[in-house]
Design a protein around this ligand. Sequence first.
Ligand code: F6P
Length: 344
Amino acid sequence: MRVGVLTGGGDCPGLNAVIRAIVRKGEMHYGDEIVGFLDAWDGVLERRTMPLDVRSLRGMLPKGGTLLGTKRGSPFDHADGPERVVETFEDMGLDGMIVIGGNGSITVACRLFDLCGLPIVGVPKTIDNDIIGTDVTFGFHTAVQIATDAIDRLHTTAEAHDRVIIVEVMGRHAGWIATYAGIAGGATVILVPELPFDIDEVCAILRRRHDRGRYASIVVVSEGAEPKPESFAMPEQQVDQFGHVRLWGIAHVIAPLIEERTGFDTRVVQLGHVQRGGTPGAYDRVLSTRYGLAAIDAVHAKAWGEMVVYREMRIERAPMRLTLGRTRTLDLTMYRDIASVFFG
Ligand code: F6P
């Protein structure tokens, strides 16, 4: 078969490992020809491609980023976009396409399958771990490790100066990274989008800790966390060119409030894109490899409109349609029964 591959949306550690696995099994087991499309859907619209073979993937397993390049945006942003995608499939003789992406890219893939009948299979990726239907996405555990390493370092400097350090982590509207990194890093408080917080309660936890003779605190805040309406008003957030809210900066909003109300010297660290960069951890390399192998198998099973998912330690398939308009938010038992036991 002639199979296209693209990576869409924000990058995450493990993308190259997925591509490597697709190519390895595609070429060696099925005798496929694999074509990589550059810069996500732009490469499909503009027919910018690169051949992918086992040789070209050497050394890519531990590499972060994506050798194909990635972009946000969709063919549906252009009036003739879907039509041009169909033409690319026909003219290039593609028998199938594997789309490796987050909620946005999987939605686009699903629409192209539903509306245009294109033979597409999805692979869920994102550090945010917020895709419905799969227990874990690759990239998540690496991002959690990066955040945890940072928190470990911040503990020592916070203790040296008896400070509160607010650590802002990514995750969009899901508190997975914040909760896992907060538990692993021994945070004093964790703030997640799923549970609006009261700034006075946060200050009370910090004060209680100090009253017990402990000092220096780490507050982990998810970029999408929000205060309860009666707590304080958030400044207006910017929207990007695709209409998504740019979640950035809540740590800077709460730091002065905490300093003012508690009197504790407070600093801010926004981890930002460092959480997406660099080499995937071992867990993500294995998960990416399993996803890649399952994706090329799904192509040969003609499981169009489906994505590969990880459920209870097994790789399975689920309809991409499952994810439409929904995100997988934090399992609140992780927060209520585990994380919060250690607050204060
Ligand atoms: O979805 C992954 C993610 O890293 C989010 O956690 C974050 O909000 C967003 O992407 C940042 O996007 P960009 O790379 O476009 O700034």
